[in-house]
Design a protein around this ligand. Structure first.
Ligand code: ZN
Length: 300
C-alpha cells in the first residue's frame, strides 16, 4: 500500500470579486437634425464597450429626425436605441433634462446630434469613472467638416488642455458635445442647475458650475474623443459673438469672474474668421472618411 500517493492539495487562489464596469446611457437632444443624427447614432452603436442604451430626445422637430432615428433603431434591434419626445417646450435644457430623467445607466453620456464619438468613447468614459471621486468628465473634439481641424483632435486638445488647467481651480468646464456625468452626481445638482428659461447661458458650463458648488469633481479626459460639426461658424459674426458671450454670461450669473474664464470666448472669436475661410463648410476628407467608416456612402 506504500504506492498510494495522496495528491497535494492545490492551492486555490482566492477569487477576486469582479466588479462590472459602470453602465453608460447616451443622451442626444435633437431639434431638426435629420442630416446629422444617423452619423451620430451609428458612431454611438459602434463601440468597443456597448452603451446600455442610446436615447434620442426629439424636441419638436419638424423634419425627419425621428424617422431617421427610428430607422437606425430598427436596423439595430437589441442595441437599446430609444426615441423620446419632449414636445412640451422648445429648448435644450428641458430636452436634456428629459433625457437625463429617462436614462437608466450609472453614467449619462451627453453628446449633441452632430457629435461623432470615437469607437472607444464609452470604454474610456467608463474607465475614467472607475474613480468614484469623479462626478463628470469631458474631452477634446475635432471639427470634421473643417479640413484643417478634422484630421486629429490635437489642435483642439492643445487649446482645451491648458485652458482646463488655467481655469479648473476656479471652475472647470464641461463641453456638451463630448461629456458624461455620473447619474448620482446629476441627481445631486438636478434641483439647483439653472433652467435658463431666457436661453442666455451655456447649459454645459452651468452643470460644471453647480457640480463645483456641490463639491463634485470634474475631470478632463484627453482620450474621450468626439468629432463635431463646425456649423456654428455658418452663422453671422454678430450671432457668433452672441453665442460666445454665453461663456461670460454663465460665469457672471453665478458670481464667478476671472480672466482665465473669459479665455474660451476670446479664443473662439479669434478662430471665427480663420475657421470660416478654412472650411467653407464643405465636407472634408475627415468627414468622408468618418462616413465611410460608419457605412454611410451619401455625401453630406
Ligand atoms: Zn446655474
Amino acid at each position: 500500500m506504500a504506492g498510494i500517493e495522496i495528491p497535494r492539495r492545490r492551492r486555490v487562489r482566492s477569487a477576486r470579486p469582479v466588479t462590472p464596469p459602470p453602465t453608460v446611457s447616451l443622451v442626444i437632444p435633437a431639434f431638426n437634425e435629420e442630416t446629422t443624427i444617423e452619423r451620430c447614432l451609428l458612431a454611438a452603436l459602434r463601440q468597443t464597450q456597448a452603451p446600455r442604451e442610446v436615447i434620442v430626445v426629439d424636441n419638436r422637430s419638424t423634419d425627419g429626425t425621428a424617422a431617421v432615428a427610428r430607422r437606425v433603431a430598427e436596423s439595430h434591434p437589441g442595441a437599446g436605441v430609444r426615441i423620446l419626445r419632449q414636445f412640451d417646450v422648445q429648448g435644450l435644457v428641458p430636452t436634456r433634462n428629459a433625457g437625463f430623467a429617462a436614462a437608466r445607466g450609472d453614467i449619462i453620456g451627453r453628446i449633441d446630434a452632430d457629435s461623432v464619438i470615437a469607437p472607444d468613447w464609452v470604454e474610456h468614459v467608463s474607465r475614467a469613472m472607475g474613480d468614484p471621486a469623479i462626478g463628470a468628465v469631458t474631452g477634446p473634439v475635432t471639427y470634421y467638416d473643417v479640413p484643417l481641424f478634422g484630421s486629429s483632435s490635437v489642435s483642439d486638445d492643445l487649446v482645451r488642455r491648458p485652458l482646463w488647467h488655467l481655469g479648473k481651480s476656479r471652475c472647470p468646464f464641461l463641453y456638451g458635445s463630448n461629456m458624461a456625468i455620473r447619474a448620482q452626481a446629476w441627481r445631486a445638482i438636478e434641483g439647483s442647475a439653472c433652467p435658463d428659461h431666457d436661453d442666455v447661458l451655456h447649459e454645459d458650463i452651468d452643470l460644471a458650475v453647480h457640480l463645483k458648488e456641490t463639491g463634485i469633481r470634474v475631470a478632463y479626459v484627453p482620450r474621450m474623443r468626439a468629432g463635431v460639426s463646425a456649423r456654428r461658424i455658418e452663422s453671422s459674426p454678430s450671432a457668433f459673438r452672441a453665442y460666445t458671450h454665453r461663456f461670460n454670461a454663465t460665469y457672471e450669473s453665478h458670481g464667478i469672474d476671472h480672466w482665465t474664464l473669459r479665455a474660451p470666448r476670446h479664443l473662439l472669436q479669434g478662430l471665427f474668421w480663420g475657421l470660416r475661410s478654412a472650411s467653407s463648410l464643405t465636407p472634408s476628407s475627415a468627414t468622408r472618411k468618418a462616413d465611410a467608416d460608419l457605412g454611410l456612402s451619401r455625401k453630406v
